[in-house]
Design a protein around this ligand. Sequence first.
Ligand SMILES: [Zn+2]
Length: 319
Amino acid sequence: MPDNNLILALDYGGTKLMAATVRVGERRWLALERSVSPPQHDGDYERATMLALARRLLGGVRPAAIGVSFGGPVDSAGRLVFLSHHIPGWENVPLCDQLEAALGAPAAMANDGNAGGLGEYAFGAGAGCASLLYVTVSTGVGGGWVFDGKIFAGADGMAGEIGHTIVDPRGPRCVCGQHGCVEAMACGPAFAAVAQARLRAEPGAGAKLRELAGGDVGRVTGELVARAAQAGDELAAEVLTAAALALGFGIGSALTLLNPERVVVGGGVAKSGADYWAALRAAARDHALPQTRVEVVPAALTDDAPLWGAVALAQNLLK
Ligand SMILES: [Zn+2]
């Protein structure tokens, strides 16, 4: 039985799957289900588990449209998953075709950075903007570029990948193979590694950070660095500020190139406090042309930004 007012939103997140239903135009989930994936799982497991979640939510009803956020590169048309960097078995999967065949409704997809950006644009901190650059900083750095109500994915689906723009060619090696990418300097694990190296080299420094890590330097995470910095630890504050500057340089360059109305920054690292934000905004301002507006604001949505982006993708199919 079809329901012309029902949207199904799916988020394939790598460590967890989320599925939700919402009425067209509404801002509250009708139902939402999460499934945390076991270690060592594969694409087959994720596809089967997500379908089971979706079918349970739908209870035999056919939705009007399906929106999908995927945690990895997808084609510019939003139909094909190229691969997952974390989960085997996602190589060249026509996910939208499969979902349409299984659930009987049209589907549209974006990678999680773009979906998160569209979610903030439609339902969060970007509401009312004509253009928005979205940056999410946690264990990696993702991005999305939304223009005129739509994701601009680029010729190869790679637009908005601010995490792999280079801010220091002599900087640390990145997972992508380059050196000094924003991600290699600004994501949580990157600056946690810097903090660990400094704590080992400077036995007298970073007392608060050492205390938070229970005396075990190997347990220092990005989150602990941020907490120690906010508690006045000098070493932690220096490390966190360097990470904020790297991200700010990247954002400043993007501002000059794209001149978006607003930049929305989300992810766990964005919760690192007022000093972090001050350094980030100052670096962005310093690295953008003076005439370029620098409106850099925290994300309004949390973990479910990509899921809300999936809702917006699905609603765009109904226009
Ligand atoms: Zn990179």
